[in-house]
Design a protein around this ligand. Structure first.
Ligand SMILES: [Zn+2]
Length: 457
């Protein structure tokens, strides 16, 4: 029997994206420890938690892989910004692809798929294909923290080993639905390099833009900054014996990336329970995972929200155009009521920031120190106000006999509370109705301005 479990949903939490990272930085987040842990758990070498219970995933053979499917669903479902579903093949229980979608911010209809089959033919099957599965999960873990231009689908197929059934089902539906899939990167067996020569294969055919996908992968491989030392073998026409071929059948661009059958250096434990964790070459597997990540992050497109603020006169402006804005008083840690335009004119000196929302991406600018209002203040002999702290009446004396004083009182959040134009020598503001706390008194003439802190108690 399956235990019911609950997922706590935090409706008030901000979803947090990471900004300003380069492709290199994202590639380098591919973490070997994390990959290895997933590999050990998913190939049944160590226990893990599924449905709240400590379990061993001892089988991924199609007839007995519900636990494996639950594991994948729960791993993906705890990541931010992903919509995770069970896609039941022909609507039948016990046969399911796990599909996680991260919607693109700029072009949500442009879809790239990173995929691997999770079923197996024997126990363990670490290389075939816990290796590809763990890499998909690791890419999801890292990319889900990024705001992306295009949509990424993280797909884990069932029933590959009995005829590419899960991927075939998805590809049929996608074609019927006219899904704009721009590239399918299938990873199947990518952890074995027996002779340490770093060879890997790209299996490709001249279908849609599959050859271009191959070129893009090689271009990433050859980018010096990324530091790859892998050796590529392009296999064309590539094998049709894995899930990517189901996408070729529907006219979609797809390639297979994995260890090198072309140089006869695939795992000797193929389709047996000898295919275990300890037979894998981890530096090789890590490097190939990073290459896959490089391709996916390049195609996904990192959205960079401009997060700087400029000042002109007394006006602060967020440099990012076409977004939603909320200005924040850093000193008080509060959003400033009503200040939701791209530009903002502070009424008091202090530190400000702006929260910029661009589609589903939220970014907060760095704190901006604003102190222009102190540039032209009154002399002591020109203006006086008292008492401070004040209980009831605040008196403002126009000692310098200015023609007109503009007097404004703001609360600590920068909200205007009182406003008065004074031509008299003495002006009295009755503050008895205000709650106790800190206020700011702004006194202004044509060419002078002073901002003073008032305590009401
Ligand atoms: Zn396989």
């Amino acid at each position: 029997m399956k235990k019911a479990y609950f997922i706590l949903v935090c409706s008030l939490c901000f979803s947090s994206f990471v900004y300003g990272q380069t492709i290199t930085e994202v590639i380098n987040q591919m973490d070997l420890d994390s990959l290895q842990l997933t590999l050990r758990e998913f190939s049944g070498e160590q226990t893990t938690i599924v449905n709240g219970n400590e379990v061993t995933i001892s089988s991924r053979v199609q007839s007995n892989n519900e636990l494996a499917a639950d594991y994948l669903f729960q791993k993906l479902d705890k990541l931010d910004h992903l919509n995770v579903v069970n896609q039941f093949i022909n609507g039948e229980a016990g046969r399911r692809n796990i599909i996680a979608t991260q919607l693109g911010k700029t072009n949500p209809d442009n879809i790239y798929i990173i995929c691997a089959h999770y079923d197996s033919v024997a126990a363990y099957c670490a290389d075939d294909n816990a290796s590809g599965t763990a890499t998909v999960l690791e890419i999801a873990r890292i990319l889900s923290t990024q705001c992306l231009d295009n949509t990424i689908v993280y797909a884990l197929w069932d029933e590959e080993e009995i005829g590419l059934v899960g991927a075939g089902y998805y590809a049929n539906q996608a074609a019927a639905n006219n899904d704009n899939i721009l590239g399918v990167l299938n990873i199947d067996m990518m952890g074995y390099d027996g002779n340490n020569d770093n060879n890997f294969d790209i299996d490709v055919r001249d279908v849609a833009n599959s050859l271009e996908m191959k070129d893009d992968l090689i271009s990433i491989l050859n980018t010096p900054e990324y530091g790859f030392s892998l050796q590529v073998n392009v296999v064309n026409p590539g094998t049709s014996a894995s899930d990517h071929s189901r996408f070729w059948n529907q006219g979609y661009s797809a390639v297979l990336v994995g260890e090198s059958w072309e140089t006869d250096d695939e795992t000797p434990y193929y389709h047996s329970s000898g295919d275990t964790y300890n037979t894998l070459n981890f530096p090789y597997y890590h490097a190939l995972s990073k290459l896959i990540m490089g391709y996916m992050v390049t195609k996904a497109g990192l959205v960079n929200v401009t997060n700087s603020v400029s000042q002109s006169g007394n006006v602060l402006t967020a440099l990012q155009n076409g977004a939603s804005y909320q200005w924040i008083n850093i000193d008080t840690g509060t959003a400033i009521l009503g200040e939701t335009n791209q530009s903002f004119t502070p009424v008091m000196n202090g530190s400000y920031a702006v929260e910029i929302t661009l589609g589903s991406c939220i970014e907060t600018s760095n704190s901006f120190d604003f102190n222009s209002l102190s540039l032209e203040t009154f002399k002591n002999t020109e203006i006086a106000f008292y008492p401070n702290p004040v209980k009831t009446n605040l008196v403002i004396e126009n000692i310098g006999s200015f023609e007109e004083l503009e007097i404004e009182l703001y609360d600590i959040n920068g909200k205007l509370i009182l406003q008065e134009s004074a031509i008299k020598i003495k002006t009295t503001l009755n503050l008895s109705a205000l709650s106790n706390g800190v206020y700011f008194l702004k006194i202004k003439t044509n060419n002078k301005l002073q901002l003073s802190k008032i305590i009401k108690d």
